[in-house]
Design a binder for this molecule. Structure first.
Ligand SMILES: *Cc1c(COP(=O)(O)O)cnc(C)c1O
Length: 438
């Protein structure tokens, strides 16, 4: 490369020209370019920058001061990816809207989001009352890790709020539930639970208030928006229904503005941020198609539930959409899609009819699916475009000891099915063939 090429003149940030070498230019490019103007994009930009040019020390200072209090109108000052970042913050604005919350703080995974929500609410000596039927890793987080910080958890049956109320102590700060429960599809009445919290909090000073945290991963904001019932914080895995394609992991906490600063500070210091590259896919492909996918998957769940319920080798089908579900009326009230229709979810849980102690029929069906099915995949996770089958007792919920599984009503012959986007009739054909030989 000639000397001349090596020292061309390029405009500086203030518009004057400056001679620099090509190697320098290739790092800085044209310092000012309309290419940074994202306002004309139809697809949000996949921004990937760890650190941000701050224009002046004062603007940098303002960014640090503003951090954790993201006013909607204020011009964002991005400083460093772990603090805040454009692609992720666009996704957060969209998710906050989807769940009907004021703010959203995203995380690298659903578990990072759950840890953060509990992390900002609890300190040593505090107590949690949790639904006894919860995601295996959440159970492990409470029993293995939070217990080390002297944060105890009582597990109880939130389908009976009297049972939950009896477990609440003066030092209880969090009521933690999943509805529909994973995998049993039992429901918690969120309106009634919020009334219970209000009655308790009315007798306590604000620093001793009880907060309700709901994991909305199973339903997704398409089927149910717990914040509308008065819940304090929603946590969810973006890895499941919201990403939908099984390509990226993520998590989110959605809540009122009063938790915003603590959440963003917690994320900054514990560091479990969502990668902007993952966030971009979740936003551009996942969130934008959520209602379409979830609507179709819910319709399929109705058809598959009806097929299974009449099958002689099936003892019981747990699906809030079936009139035989003990909480069908609650489902009709609480699980409404963003379109206003009945949306009892995209998952089923069912129990095979077994002759002896061993769950042979269940095992045979699952192993048949793993080897011979065309459209049912043996895999954990849920809310995927592919139909996924698994045995909670020995897979997703293996972290629960046998007594805890029994209390959570997780049966050895229980099978969880997460409906994908395949044609319902094709899924039913596969199940029929699998049950035939089971
Ligand atoms: C998968 C899942 C989580 C955890 O989400 P990750 O993104 O895998 O960390 C939490 N809760 C429920 C109900 C889940 O299904």
């Amino acid at each position: 490369m000639s000397d001349k090429r090596e020292r061309d003149a390029y405009p500086t940030k203030s518009g004057q020209s400056r001679k620099v070498g090509m190697s320098t230019f290739l790092i800085h490019g044209k310092a000012q370019t309309a290419r940074w103007d994202f306002s004309h994009h139809t697809v949000p930009p996949l921004s990937s920058s760890v650190t941000y040019r701050l224009d002046s020390a004062e603007r940098g200072g303002r960014g640090f001061l503003q951090f954790g209090r993201r006013e909607e109108e204020a011009e964002p000052v991005y400083i460093y990816d772990r603090l805040d970042e454009p692609t992720r913050s666009i996704l957060e604005d969209d998710l906050a809207k989807a769940e009907g919350g004021e703010v959203c703080c995203s995380f690298a995974t659903g578990m990072a989001a759950i840890s953060a929500a509990l992390g900002i609410l609890l300190k040593p000596g505090d107590h949690i009352v949790a639904y006894r039927t919860i995601y295996g890793c959440t159970y492990s987080l409470l029993t293995r890790w939070l217990s080390r910080l002297r944060i105890d958890t009582s597990f109880c049956d939130f389908t009976d709020l009297e049972h939950a109320r009896a477990a609440i102590r003066p030092e209880t700060r969090v009521l933690y539930v999943e509805t529909p429960a994973n995998p049993t599809m039992e429901l918690v009445d969120l309106g009634a639970l919020c009334n219970l919290r209000d009655r308790i909090n009315a007798e306590r000073p604000p620093e001793q208030h009880v907060h309700i945290v709901v994991d909305n991963t199973f339903a997704s904001p398409y089927c149910q928006r717990p914040l509308e019932w008065g819940v304090d914080l929603v946590v969810e895995s973006l890895t499941k229904n919201i990403c939908g394609f099984g390509t990226d992991m993520g998590g989110a906490v959605i809540c009122g503005r009063r938790y915003e600063e603590e959440l963003f500070m917690y994320r900054k210091d514990f560091g479990g941020v969502l990668s902007p590259k993952a966030g971009w896919g979740i936003m551009v492909y996942g969130l934008s198609t959520l209602t379409l996918r979830a609507k179709r998957q819910t319709e399929t769940a109705f058809k598959v539930a009806a097929f299974l319920e009449q099958h002689p080798k099936i003892a019981k089908v747990h699906f809030p959409g079936l009139p035989s579900h003990p909480q069908h009326d609650l489902a009709l009230k609480q699980m409404r899609s963003t379109l206003g229709t009945f949306a009892p979810g995209t998952l089923l849980y069912f129990e095979t009819r077994e002759d002896g102690e061993e769950p042979l029929c269940a095992r045979n069906l699952i192993n048949w699916a793993a080897r011979h099915s065309y459209c049912i995949t043996l895999a954990v996770s849920l809310g995927n475009i592919r139909t996924l089958i698994e045995a909670p007792g020995i897979m997703t919920h293996a972290a629960l000891p046998p007594e805890a599984q029994h209390a959570a009503r997780i049966a050895p012959n229980g099978i969880r099915l997460s409906l994908g986007l395949e044609k319902a009739e094709d899924i039913i054909d596969d199940l029929a063939e699998g049950l035939e030989q089971a």
